[in-house]
Design a binder for this molecule. Structure first.
Ligand code: PMP
Length: 373
């Protein structure tokens, strides 16, 4: 067996972060964020750190406005939608969306594509809705996107655009004739989307937007103040937040600040269209290697494969120790699969560079070559 030493084959100058989050961001954003916290030249905010300025200060109000404006611009959000940065993660979003979107039927349809949709259904029930699982891929451990379902009288349909754990992604939107709500936590800003097809989008920041702490909501104005579950507790009421320009209470200041820096960077480097091109290249390269390489096998149905979270397993488990050493030695982190799927998961969020995928595919090729000679 030929010996392969990745340390000799690459210049190991950086860590390749394939972790599922939080939170990989471009290096330049890390640098800018650190200067916002501590700037030896005097601080950017009248001599203060971003961590100590008032959220009501002119400086922060303008950061919040720029962040909301960049979301609008980068996703081409129509004028009749409101953009908010709130707290609580997508997990609170499960409840917030159900409470705000409840209508006359008090009944919602959920496309169950995995752990996150299952949790969203649970919270909708807590909100008092009748929850109909209109489609599910649980019969095959959520390794595909179910496409056929019937819509009864529903207030809305909920979907999870990308399934972070199981490595599946909607590549076409389901055709629905009721309002569509989407948890876009793990693929927002990774590709162009048509916001007008959704009534409510929500996403935890910590994959493609910024550090954990902020949760992004993009809501059609017609959906505000329409819930049949009134009164909604103030913090859970999107209309309350919309009325206060996302400043109803103390926002997650640092997370919004760094999200703004990251979105500025995204805009300056070709915006979402360019990001989509690079994400397509990264996904094609890795999936091609998984399909070519006799030692690996993808776990998700080919037509539903996620471009953000690539799940795969070894074809021969006895090689696990050797493979784990190889990728660890190649300065790759976060490749271990989620416990419910096993194997490996390569998360390739926007900030993961193509070069990191090239390192991964190279060690996969070299790993196979060891066993062929
Ligand atoms: N939905 C999806 C698709 C996710 O990937 C996650 C977190 N990984 C969540 C919801 C939960 O997000 P949070 O931890 O922000 O509540």
């Amino acid at each position: 067996m030929k010996k392969f030493d990745p340390k000799k084959e690459f210049i190991m100058s950086k860590t390749h972060n394939f972790g599922a989050g939080p939170c990989i961001l471009p290096q330049i954003v890390f640098e800018q964020a650190s200067k916002g916290v501590f700037d030896p030249d005097g601080g950017q905010f009248n001599g203060l750190s971003i961590l100590e300025i008032s959220h009501r200060s002119e400086a922060f109000v303008s950061i919040m406005e720029e962040a909301r404006g960049l979301v609008r611009e980068l996703l081409e959000v129509p004028d009749n939608y409101t953009v908010l940065f709130l707290q609580g993660g997508a997990s609170l979003g499960f409840l917030i969306n159900a409470m705000n979107m409840a209508g006359a039927h008090r009944k919602a349809g959920y496309i169950n594509t995995g752990a996150w949709s299952t949790k969203a259904m649970k919270e909708a029930k807590v909100a008092g809705l009748e929850v109909i699982e209109i489609a599910s891929s649980s019969d095959q451990n959520f390794n595909y996107i179910p496409k056929d379902f019937e819509v009864e009288e529903l207030d809305f349909i909920h979907m999870t655009s990308n399934n972070t754990i199981f490595g599946t992604q909607f590549h076409d939107l389901p055709k629905v004739n009721v309002p569509l709500v989407c948890d876009m936590s793990s693929d927002i800003f990774s590709k162009k989307i048509d916001v007008s097809k959704f009534d409510l989008i929500y996403a935890g920041a910590q994959k493609n937007v910024g550090p954990a702490g902020a949760t992004l909501y993009i809501v059609k104005n017609d959906c505000l103040n329409q819930s049949s579950l009134k009164p909604i507790p103030s913090y859970l009421d999107l209309n309350v937040h919309a009325g206060k320009d996302s400043m109803f209470n103390t926002p997650p200041v640092f997370s919004v600040y760094v999200s703004m820096l990251n979105l500025r960077h995204l805009k300056a480097t070709g915006a979402v269209a360019e990001m989509e091109k690079v994400n397509n290249m990264k996904a094609s390269e890795l999936y091609a290697e998984i399909d070519r390489n006799s030692l690996f096998k993808g776990t998700a149905a080919k037509e539903d494969r996620s471009k953000m979270n690539v799940t795969f397993v070894l074809t021969d488990e006895s090689k696990k120790e050797v493979w784990d050493k190889i990728w660890n030695d190649a300065n790759i982190v976060g490749l271990k699969g989620h416990r419910s799927v096993g194997g490996y998961r390569a998360s390739m969020y926007n900030a993961l560079e193509l070069e990191s995928v090239e390192v991964l595919t190279k060690i996969m090729r070299d790993f196979e070559a060891q066993y062929q000679s």
